[in-house]
Design a protein around this ligand. Structure first.
Ligand SMILES: Nc1nc2c(ncn2[C@@H]2O[C@H](COP(=O)(O)OP(=O)(O)OP(=O)(O)O)[C@@H](O)[C@H]2O)c(=O)[nH]1
Ligand SMILES: [Mg+2]
Length: 441
């Protein structure tokens, strides 16, 4: 299918015991054979060969090469994977020798692109490979592994199946009216189905948005007037002394960030300068940044000092954050505990009430993050296109349009759902998706 043979270093560009260089394409075996001075043209797939690799007559390294034969390989082509010693210089030199034998340097993601184009996997599985490589935590790694195994396709399968049956039925009714044994669908029969699909797609989109939201980590900002204990709270959540804590009001002047994981949820935390009226120039800039951070954050934690009465600044802040997703916490419960409130003592690292509240707020999203669903913005965007097409179909039915017009909308919805797994994709889109891959993958 492809003219050229591609090669790339599959392991990291760093010192390591072993590096792997991958070659894929019609000449993969011939190139490797020439460099090893061995005839490997008839080697069977899934074999491992030991040998010396040469630059002309000079030995360069002792290597182990895994051979895979088309179509039973990652890309579906002949593949040689050279395991050499892992020096950066040595690995690059071997890659150069391979390129010198006529292979072309692979573009990022090109091995996986070939795997997709050769039908070894669908697009959502290819994206799963990339997600698995970049996964930072357990939730991300698990969902990536599932999509690698085809979970996106299985999630979409029932809906696609129902849709294609109805579309096919309408097509037959229109194109072959003389087939009397095929049931003739009516608008009345189709409308409830369209309503069901509208709902199915809406659920699909919502679950996926929840999952993506949680998997990316929740941007959380800690706000409050000076000295209420914001930095102490950040430190308590991070379980380290990251931010400076003093009893001087206005200690924190810039933004301090950290990341925590709570039962599989990642919070990207931001501690800010205390918000209040001040003439101090540096503090003013800090406060400006606090407000910007608040605007961007998904979750706002407003810290109040439970040992004191609320001040004008506190009331202002409560007013200012009232439309955000927020948790109001009363700190310094060791001095005074506020009943029926999220009460904590940051200085004593007693913050479980807050953690519990966070998990409660995101309960629905967290459960969706653990389920199989669509995995990224591209997939969700296509589901939204399918939803719009389905809404158009419902509108057309409401207006009493003929089924041959309604079926155009149904077809559009179906195409969008197919494109999620790459079954109707255009070249440009593919390049964009695969260019995000690591080189050698
Ligand atoms: N008793 C008590 N004191 C606390 C508690 N949490 C923080 N403090 C004290 O409150 C003072 C201010 O704490 P910080 O964490 O620096 O407060 P902040 O809100 O970051 O203050 P700025 O950065 O100035 O806006 C320090 O002296 C802390 O030791 C707590 O739970 N109990
Ligand atoms: Mg502070």
């Amino acid at each position: 299918m492809f003219q050229d043979t591609i090669a790339a270093i599959a392991t990291g560009d760093t010192m390591s015991a072993i590096s792997v260089i991958r070659i894929s394409g019609d000449d993969a075996l011939a190139i490797t054979g020439r460099l090893m001075k061995q005839d490997v043209s008839d080697v069977k797939g899934y074999t491992l060969k030991y040998g010396t690799l040469y630059d002309q007559d000079e030995p360069v390294d002792e290597v182990l090469v895994s051979f895979f034969r088309a179509p039973r390989s990652y890309t579906g082509e002949d593949i040689a994977e050279i395991n050499c010693h892992g020096g950066v210089y040595l690995t690059r030199r071997i890659l150069q020798l391979i390129l010198g034998q006529g292979a072309r340097l692979a573009r990022p993601g090109e091995f996986t692109q070939r795997a997709f184009l050769n039908g070894k996997m669908d697009l959502s599985q290819a994206e799963g490979i990339n997600d698995l490589i970049f996964a930072r935590d357990d939730v991300n790694a698990r969902s990536a592994l599932h999509s690698l195994k085809g979970s996106v396709r299985s999630v979409l399968e029932p809906l696609r199946e129902e849709l294609i049956q109805i579309i096919a039925n309408i097509e037959v009714n229109i194109d072959y009216p003389e087939y009397e044994d095929v049931h003739v669908l009516t608008e009345e029969e189709i409308l409830p189905a369209v309503h069901k699909w509208q709902n199915d797609i809406a659920v699909l989109i919502r679950n996926a948005q929840d999952a993506v939201f949680i998997r990316e980590g929740i941007d959380t900002v800690i706000l409050g007037r000076p000295n209420v204990g914001k930095s102490s709270l950040l430190n308590a959540l991070l379980e380290e002394d990251k931010a400076i804590v003093t009893d001087i009001a206005g200690t924190t002047r810039d933004i301090v960030e950290g990341t925590i994981r709570l039962e599989g949820v990642t919070l990207n935390l931001i501690d800010t300068a205390g918000i209040h009226e001040t003439d101090d120039v540096v503090e003013k800039i800090g406060i400006e940044r606090s407000i910007q951070a608040m605007d961007r954050a998904a979750l706002v934690i407003v810290v109040l000092d439970g040992s004191e009465e609320l001040t004008e600044s506190d009331r202002d802040l409560l007013e200012r954050t009232k439309d955000k997703t927020r948790i109001v916490v009363y700190n310094k419960k060791d001095i005074r505990e506020i009943p029926d409130a999220v009460s904590i003592s940051a200085a004593n690292r007693d913050v479980d009430a807050l953690k519990k509240r966070i998990l409660e707020i995101y309960d629905r999203e967290i459960s969706h993050a653990h389920q199989d669903t669509l995995n990224n913005e591209r997939q969700i965007g296509l589901a939204i296109q399918a939803q719009q097409a389905m809404n158009d179909a419902a509108g057309a039915l409401d207006m009493g349009m003929e089924l041959d017009l309604v079926t155009i909308d149904l077809q559009r919805a179906y195409d969008a759902l197919m494109e999620i797994t790459g079954e109707h994709t255009k070249e440009g889109l593919l390049d964009e998706i695969f260019s995000r891959f690591c080189l050698g993958k």
